[in-house]
Write a protein that binds this ligand. Structure first.
Ligand SMILES: [Zn+2]
Length: 67
């Protein structure tokens, strides 16, 4: 299968505020207010800014139930 129109996504980089591990994420996964987890320490991180890419530790205020 060939897709000549395929364009490599931009990769955003930032550091985990908890363990300082470098986090790479492609642009299609980056959205303001999205919550991702650190691949190293599993801390939930909220994307507060895309340009520049910036995350903070995410704390759930509304007793969110994991199903
Ligand atoms: Zn981390």
């Amino acid at each position: 299968m060939k897709n000549t129109n395929f364009r490599k996504p931009n990769i955003y980089k930032t550091n985990c505020p908890s363990c300082n591990e470098t986090i790479h994420i492609d642009e299609f996964q980056v959205d303001e207010d999205e919550v991702i987890d650190c691949p190293e320490c599993w801390t939930l991180l909220q994307i507060v800014s895309v340009q520049p890419f910036k995350v903070i530790e995410h704390f759930d205020e509304n007793d969110f139930e994991w199903v």
